[in-house]
Design a binder for this molecule. Structure first.
Ligand code: COA
Ligand code: ZN
Length: 311
């Protein structure tokens, strides 16, 4: 099993979609530039959803054409969220080359989030994923509420895996299990991964998306690593959450994840100091203090015992 971990940055999309302040496009471009400078190579950039649903990301059509001009963008992947063919047309026109579709393990959540049942959402994604496959785009499928639903409670691993299998049948390259409301614990991560693998899903097609709502995100990453998963989502500055998931605190912060991976000896290609620059930039742009753990404490220099890169 490889020691190389992929850090999939969701700050510009999942991070910004639930913030009170909508950042100007220029600030988003700068945020992405700082993330690239930190070594992040997969950055979920925005959503081509209804601008009424997510006004914070209504400038997707203007943002995406600028991404190829951002220093450091060569070879990076900028997936965009696409809910339907209308979104696909917009994404294509803007020059996107990678996408994510998003459904959930529970109907109650998808009905609030995208106005359809899980089955209907899969029907809606089928032509989107067909088109993306024709175009040779990289494709991810999210299974939100994989660890628990804000409306219906506990979710069985089999249910989340069943949805993941259907996304894979529709042609996604990777499935990402989301702990949308941050209720999951390490034992669940182990069970979910085991259930997915037993159902025939290869480990290198599985990613996890943890929220730190109840302080379990890094413990869950650790359990994911133990189970053989090598791709984890995070947002520099720990911003965001889903507007349709009441009580969902921010995403796992990229700086917290990078510190944890560095100190544990995993390779990932991302520089902590520079992630902190991006995190500080995002916090300042949003007019908020940086409240992530490493953002407040800094990293730690093992040779001197001194904190480093304090925000
Ligand atoms: N881009 C832009 N506008 C879109 C769109 C898209 N991809 N899809 C739909 N719309 C517009 C329609 O044109 C329509 O506009 P109108 O009211 O001016 O006529 C309106 O949105 C409603 O369209 P409809 O097809 O009836 O869809 P809906 O109201 O059932 O909404 C979604 C379905 C999926 C488009 C909408 O719920 C959505 O965008 N949700 C985003 C959820 C999200 O991003 N959550 C966070 C991620 S976890
Ligand atoms: Zn999230």
């Amino acid at each position: 099993m490889s020691d190389l971990v992929r850090i999939y940055e969701v700050g510009p999309r999942d991070g910004l979609q639930n913030e009170a302040v909508a950042l100007p496009t220029d600030a988003k471009v700068r945020y992405i530039e700082l993330l690239l400078a930190a070594g992040l190579r997969e950055i979920e950039a925005t959503s081509f959803v209804s601008p009424k649903a997510i006004p914070q990301l209504a400038d997707a059509d203007a943002l995406v054409p600028r991404l190829s001009e951002v220093p450091g963008s060569a070879g990076a992947r900028f997936p965009v969220l696409v809910p339907n063919l209308r979104g696909m047309e917009r994404a294509e026109a803007a020059g996107a080359q990678a996408l994510a579709v998003f459904t959930a393990a529970t109907d109650a959540f998808t009905e609030r989030n995208i106005g359809m049942t899980v089955a209907a959402s899969l029907d809606a994604f089928a032509p989107v994923l067909r088109r993306a496959t024709e175009l040779g785009w990289w494709r991810r499928g999210y299974v939100s509420t994989a660890f628990g639903c804000p409306y219906t409670g506990a979710v069985a691993a089999e249910r989340a895996v069943d949805v993941a299998l259907r996304l894979l049948d529709l042609g996604v390259d990777e499935v990402c299990f989301g702990d949308t409301i941050g209720v999951g614990v390490p034992s669940q991560v182990a069970v979910l991964t085991g259930t997915a693998v037993a159902a025939g899903i290869p480990l290198d097609r599985i990613a996890f998306h943890f929220h730190d709502t109840r302080g379990t995100a890094l413990a869950n990453v650790s359990a994911g690593l133990d189970a053989g998963v090598r791709c984890f989502d995070s947002a520099a500055g720990g911003t965001g959450g889903c507007p349709y998931a009441p009580g969902a605190a921010g995403n796992l912060a990229t700086e917290d994840l990078v510190y944890f991976l560095d100190a544990s000896g995993w390779e990932h290609g991302v520089d902590l100091d520079r992630v902190l620059e991006a995190a500080r930039f995002a916090a300042a742009a949003l007019g908020k203090p940086l409240t992530t753990k490493v953002g407040q404490a800094g990293g730690w220099d093992a040779s001197t015992g001194a904190p480093t890169s304090r925000a």
